[in-house]
Design a protein around this ligand. Structure first.
Ligand SMILES: [Zn+2]
Length: 288
């Protein structure tokens, strides 16, 4: 039913566009470097959203579902990507999402080696479009050994795009990447490890960021919330980046994202620090 599809697409676009219009002025102000502290609410950017997750079910969420959560929570823009699939398919999924909601969704390409073709060319082609602003890498699906990941990190440095990397708590691997590629900005997912309760491990990642100015810490999936405050005092708020790692169905999609936002809003840090973590840092990194 082409008519239905067209109508649904139009509706989706209308929802996204009208909501976006409300935020467009704020986004323009943020991009122009205007002071956010002049009584205006800061731009909220979720820098870690899955079109396809790495869970056992490889759960997918539509662009529309993601934007509905954003609208309900007050998130202006989101970085989206797919994993648990090939680099090529991740590009298709993220491009479709970004085209469906222009200005709201910012696509990353997923780097996953392939036996039949060199994915580095696919990543380059995606970056060439100007639509893709970063690269997602996950140690759960490929090794971060130098012979696999280095060409990707080198390309990211050359092209000035950040890599959002889940290194599954392996600080040695993260250190090698940070040292070997000082010109590549590495956003370490979950401040090191998803749902980590090991304070010493989180400390090691904060220390890594202290030593390497190219390392940024993603606050999604961080349950030792006081460590975020500690990281702000040790690194400055410019090195922390907020994301939800959503959508997540518990307790429900909106409540989950709202709780992640509240996690940062309730920190004992300044409003200026919160504004940086919740949006300004990632917009700067992505040159948006
Ligand atoms: Zn994730």
């Amino acid at each position: 039913m082409p008519d239905c599809i067209t109508r649904r697409r139009l509706l989706a676009t209308a929802v996204g566009q009208s909501a976006f219009a409300l935020f467009a002025v704020d986004i323009a102000r943020a991009s122009s470097g205007a002071e956010p502290s002049a009584g205006r609410p800061p731009i909220i950017v979720d820098s870690h959203v899955h079109l396809k997750h790495g869970d056992a079910a490889r759960t997918e969420y539509s662009a529309r579902a993601i934007v509905e959560v954003m609208d309900a929570v007050g998130i202006h823009r989101s970085v989206v990507f797919a994993m648990s699939t090939t680099t090529q398919r991740s590009i298709e999924m993220a491009r479709q999402a970004a085209e469906e909601f222009p200005g709201r969704l910012i696509p990353y390409v997923y780097a996953l080696p392939h036996y039949e073709r060199p994915v580095i060319r696919e990543i380059e082609a995606a970056l060439d479009t100007g639509l893709f602003r970063g690269i997602k890498i996950h140690a759960g699906e490929c090794t971060l050994a130098e012979y696999v990941v280095d060409p990707v990190l080198k390309l990211a440095g050359r092209r000035g795009v950040p890599c959002l990397i889940d290194c599954l708590g392996n600080v040695g691997v993260a250190r090698r990447m940070a040292e070997s590629f000082p010109d590549t900005r590495l956003i370490v997912a979950h401040m090191g490890r998803y749902l980590a309760r090991d304070e010493k491990l989180v400390d090691q990642f904060i220390e890594l960021a202290e030593r390497h100015p190219n390392v940024f810490l993603d606050t999604s999936g961080v349950v030792l919330v006081r460590k975020i405050t500690e990281a702000v005092s040790r690194l400055g708020s410019g090195r922390l980046i907020w994301g939800t790692d959503g959508p997540h169905p518990q307790p429900d999609l909106v409540a989950f994202a709202r709780a992640e936002l509240e996690k940062i809003r309730s920190l004992p840090i300044t409003d200026e620090d919160k504004a940086r973590i919740l949006g300004r840092n990632i917009l700067e990194l992505l040159k948006l």
